[in-house]
Write a protein that binds this ligand. Structure first.
Ligand code: G6P
Length: 754
């Protein structure tokens, strides 16, 4: 048997058997000595009793000098099989009468004085015997002595029996203890291995479907090590010189010019990176509150190309050329934005309906039920087709690199593939992918999977979501899945499914254009009419039910309840950009958030002090930077989040290496930012305790944590995210080109042969 639990147990069992054996070995002689002492005492008593019984007749016979009667008396007495022999000696130590069995060698042995025998044990060739002497008197004068000999071989038999029993008992004990040990070891090993496997699969890491899936206490010491190992392994796998050589916009450009030979890059997303809005003061340009846009925009600046998106701004039409193009960023144009127009009805069905009432809640599992309507689905199909046509019309060659963004365009990869079979289509799913069972709720699940498998590469933030996707394909499509290689072969084409954790563009210079933190702190506190030393918390989110804003407020309330000393000293600013507000679910959510903030403010507020400042309005990046830099703590408490870039933005903003990040274990970011205070946002007390801990954390600990997280985000930036996807794409493209050359060469050779 080679089971590890068995081998492990052997290490325990062998010494145990040795100890028990040694114990038995030492105990047996002790027991022998004890048994002998007891037996001797027994025989002494027995001899005294026998001598007393024989005293009277023996004295009579001795007086009569009747040796025959003495012998008869003796022979009757030795019927007792332990009494071996008897002899009677006169006062001159001459044997007067004895039994035939009396050993001659004993003679009239004079080994003791009176009744007490000093050396009762005598070893004869036939075995050990016990000799006792008893003085015989008659009419007050000595007549001689009676010698009683007992057979002691029964003691040896008794001792041998006892030894056998002790050894048997030791053996049984060893067996029982070994069996129990084996069983316990096997069960613990089994559980432990189960834990390690889950750890390696990432299920015990912060992001999991069930909040309860955290590592059990005995695994806790290992979690950090396993994560570090996984990170190292991941780096190795990506062949990354990582920490020493961060990815930059330049490096990404070089990759595009070199490995992708300057091929055209087309991005498709629903949300556009720049929105033109009509205002009384004229046309204003806005950047939307979207992590996706922030990340992809940095990549587009680096690689030019064309970004195709929905033109949703009120002044968008006025700012495009006749091809619906506008060069962006407005202050330093480096790529083209191509706008696609949607009617109100299309937007309602495709964006609000299918994407945000259907797929969004379906994938986030945040206790809001997905709603699926056929009319929404029809719009979704139409709009995907419209965007696919835009991609095709923008393509200058038959093999562009198309970067498809998010759940709005699950069908588009297949639609583009059908027209441009040689295109390299990289689709990135920015939100979680649910387990296959939850995904199965979607009535058009097969079509969605089929659409996505039109991609060359399909990316998720975490291995967990990637695995959920593979499981869903396995369950609902006839496809071949190579789990090791993470590829899906479907309809004769191959899709590589990978995880690429998204990130932000690290600020060019660490000093940045920002004012020093101390100054920003003072300004922000002043603007909020807070005391200069007031502790400040910050939350930055879209007003979305997946972000855990309610749970965050509840944690703040509990913290103030538990630490009344913080009342008046701590204020939390929640920046909540309105989002998808025409949906009922979002309107109801906003009402709940406002009501809760108000209730907490009524409970703990006082003139000149509010514990929660709710700013339900859009804030630009510069304003957000001020809050990030002024805060003592940033709370990211999403109930489920693909990545969450606010966490990374906060870290990037803190070049003073202070401030604490509280991070939900259900965000993709928690897989990387291990030095944040990780919490389960559903657990109010856990959130409250983390908040208090953050507010009282010594500066040195803050610096250690922040420094480590900053070095990670600096290196694992958005250029690395895009760089890895594009490098993988370049490799696949190269393979594709070689394969098609080989095919055409072999076709030519066959033709010539004919
Ligand atoms: C999430 C989605 C993005 C989306 C963003 C903002 O991050 O993954 O695709 O752009 O939210 O939402 P919105 O609906 O306003 O574009």
């Amino acid at each position: 048997m080679s089971h590890p639990s068995f081998r492990l147990s052997l290490r325990f069992i062998l010494p145990l058997i040795l100890v028990l054996g040694l114990g038995a070995y030492l105990v047996v002689p002790l027991m022998d000595a004890l048994t002998l002492r007891w037996s001797l005492r027994d025989l002494d008593t027995r001899s005294r009793v026998l001598a007393a019984a024989l005293q009277e007749p023996l004295a009579d016979y001795a007086n009569d000098k009747s040796t025959t009667r003495i012998r008869q008396l003796f022979n009757r007495a030795i019927d007792d099989d332990r009494l071996y022999a008897l002899a009677f000696c006169n006062t001159d130590d001459v044997i007067i009468a004895s039994t035939a069995s009396y050993p001659e060698a004993l003679g009239c042995r004079n080994t003791g004085s009176g009744d007490a025998l000093r050396q009762p044990l005598v070893r004869l060739p036939q075995g050990p015997i016990h000799v006792a002497e008893s003085l015989l008197t008659g009419d007050a004068k000595p007549l001689g002595k009676l010698i009683l000999v007992h057979d002691m071989r029964f003691i040896e038999r008794r001792s041998a029996d006892a030894t056998r029993y002790v050894m048997l008992l030791a053996g049984i004990l060893a067996l029982v203890i070994s069996a129990i040990t084996l069983l316990v070891a096997h069960l613990s090993w089994h559980d432990w291995m189960k834990g390690v496997r889950r750890l390696l699969r990432g299920e015990l890491m912060p992001l999991s479907e069930t909040p309860a899936a955290v590592a059990p206490p005995e695994m806790q010491p290992l979690v950090g090590d396993v994560r570090a190992l996984m990170r190292e392994y991941h780096l190795e796998r990506l062949g990354a010189p990582a920490v020493s050589e961060p990815w930059t916009a330049d490096k990404l450009r070089t990759l595009l010019d070199g490995e992708l030979a300057g091929d055209q890059v087309l991005v498709v997303s629903n949300r556009e990176p720049y929105i033109h809005i009509d205002t009384p003061a004229g046309i204003e340009v806005r950047r939307p509150a979207s992590g996706l846009v922030t990340a992809v925009e940095a990549v587009m600046r680096a690689c030019s190309g064309t970004w195709i998106a929905h033109g949703g701004g009120s002044a968008d039409r006025q700012t495009v050329d006749r091809h619906d193009h506008v060069r962006v960023p407005p202050d330093n144009p480096s790529y083209t934005l191509r706008r696609v127009w949607l009617s109100k009805e299309e937007e309602r069905g495709y964006y609000y309906g299918f994407a945000n009432e259907g797929i969004w809640p379906l994938c986030h599992i945040a206790h809001v039920r997905p709603v699926f309507r056929t009319s929404d689905w029809d719009r979704y199909v139409e709009v995907n087709q419209r965007f696919a046509e835009a991609v095709i019309s923008e393509a200058r060659s038959d093999d562009p690199v198309v970067l498809v963004q998010d759940y709005h365009f699950a069908l588009l990869p297949r639609m583009v593939r059908e027209v441009l079979p040689r295109a390299t289509i990289i689709t990135f799913w920015h939100i979680p992918w649910p387990n296959s069972e939850s995904f199965g709720i979607c009535p058009w699940r097969e079509q969605i999977l089929d659409g996505l498998l039109g991609s060359t590469i399909l990316g998720f933030h975490t291995p967990f979501h990637r695995k959920n996707f593979l499981d869903s394909v396995d369950r609902y499509l006839e496809a071949r899945i190579e789990t090791e290689a993470s590829t899906i072969s479907y309809g004769g084409a191959l899709t590589q499914v990978e995880n690429y954790p998204i990130s932000i563009a690290w600020p060019e210079s660490d000093d940045s254009d920002n004012l020093p933190v101390a100054e920003v702190r003072a300004r922000v506190r002043n603007a909020l009419a807070l005391a200069p030393n007031c502790l400040l918390g910050i939350g930055v989110d879209r007003l979305d039910y997946t972000k855990g804003i309610i749970e965050r407020f509840q944690a703040i309330e509990r913290m103030l309840e538990l630490s009344p000393g913080m009342v008046g000293k701590f204020t939390f600013v929640q920046i909540a950009a309105p989002s998808r507000s025409s949906l009922e679910e979002y309107q109801a959510f906003e009402v709940r958030v406002r009501a809760l903030a108000q209730r907490i403010n009524l409970r703990f507020g006082r003139p000149g002090y509010l514990p929660i400042v709710l700013k339900a309005a859009y804030h630009d990046q510069q304003q957000l930077q001020q809050f990030y830099r002024a805060a003592d703590v940033c709370m990211v408490t999403s109930l489920h989040d693909g990545m969450n870039l606010v966490a990374k933005e906060f870290i990037a903003a803190r070049n003073d290496e202070s401030g604490v990040l509280i991070l939900s274990q259900f965000t993709g970011a928690s897989r990387e930012l291990h030095e944040a205070l990780l919490i389960n946002p559903y657990h109010v007390e856990e959130g409250a305790n983390a908040l208090l801990r953050a507010l009282t954390m010594p500066a040195i600990e803050q610096r250690e944590r922040m420094r480590s997280m900053r070095s990670l985000v600096r290196n694992f930036n958005v250029y690395r995210w895009a760089g890895h996807m594009l490098r993988d794409a370049a490799r696949l493209r190269q393979r594709e080109r070689v394969m098609s050359k080989i095919h055409s060469h072999s076709r030519r050779s066959r033709r010539q042969a004919v």
